[in-house]
Design a binder for this molecule. Sequence first.
Ligand SMILES: C[C@H]1O[C@H](OP(=O)(O)OP(=O)(O)OC[C@H]2O[C@@H](n3cnc4c(=O)[nH]c(N)nc43)[C@H](O)[C@@H]2O)[C@@H](O)[C@@H](O)C1=O
Length: 369
Amino acid sequence: MADSSSKTPAPSTTNGDTTPPPRKVALITGITGQDGSYLTEFLLNKGHSVHGLIRRSSNFNTQRIDHIYVNPHTAHKAHMKLHYADLSDASSLRRWLDTILPDEVYNLAAQSHVAVSFEIPDYTADVVATGALRLLEAVRSHIDATGRSHIRYYQAGSSEMFGSTPPPQSETTPFHPRSPYAASKVAAHWYTVNYREAYGIFACNGILFNHGSPRRGENFVTRKITRAVGRIKIGLQSKLFLGNLSASRDWGFAGDYVEAMWLMLQQEKADDYVVATEDSHTVEEFLEVAFGYVGLNWKDHVVIDKRYFRPTEVDNLKGDASKAKKVLGWKPKVSFEELVRMMVDNDVEMAKKEKVLVDAGYIDAQQQP
Ligand SMILES: C[C@H]1O[C@H](OP(=O)(O)OP(=O)(O)OC[C@H]2O[C@@H](n3cnc4c(=O)[nH]c(N)nc43)[C@H](O)[C@@H]2O)[C@@H](O)[C@@H](O)C1=O
């Protein structure tokens, strides 16, 4: 279980001194993503200072963390700070480690879309595989230069690494990746193990199975479905184009999974853990629950489109999370049905707001996510 030193710092009462101990400092790559936003909220609640590395883009892509952001010019107590860096730029990684002096480093950044990784395999490998190696190497050289050997590193692994190996999949299940994304995650996994073994770095791999939320990116199948359910229910859309409906996934709630990331870094020994609900459903079952929840029949709306099939598919993922349950004391709190309902509720509300804009002529109803 987590040691008490990792909990939210309590004010010191020795000699009447009420000065709170210094905040732990976390560095997160991928802070603008679904998991980055939930992890930031979680760590701020634990009393951490959180620094996020963000990529430059011509449009702001910080929507998921805008509600946490405090403008550093107008507030003294901004505990989340953002910095420009990139996993493809080793010098930026080392510079921010030297500047921020983190206690915990969470590597969540990725080109995370499996189908897109077939379109941009080189870029995917550069960011997902070599990017993790660059960050590990930056941590190693930072420790060498500063002696800050207490730093703890979390690598976001993926159930996609198991690929075609049949379920249930645990930490000892052989990997058989089925996409450039998955092969890159396997490389990042083994880089992390190697840096742990070669240099004694406290580095953990979290092998997370699929996880969603209302903040899930709109081109992953769960959110694509719930956005469409909301829009169809409100009359903004009638069809939903999808690919393979028979693939089965172990879907949990992202908010539950970030706690497991943190727990891994609070243990005495660095190790690798599967994080999953141990429950698996097909895309078709997701459709049934999502459409059924608002009184619709998915068969009236879904059209199969070959463009969404992948050159190689991962058919069946179902995790065995017994190690995380036993060692970390972690368990998922949100069930499959609750997750689907949470996402649909969010997206019906979102569609209602969209409808106001459509009716006022501000946006075009044909603009589909
Ligand atoms: C753990 C893992 O989880 C995610 O990877 P994923 O499982 O590929 O997620 P997905 O939502 O893209 O696909 C799930 C299934 O749904 C099928 N499917 C059908 N029709 C559509 C469709 O229209 N769009 C999409 N995206 N998928 C479709 C598709 O063929 C696949 O079988 C990433 O977070 C990844 O980063 C990660 O690490």
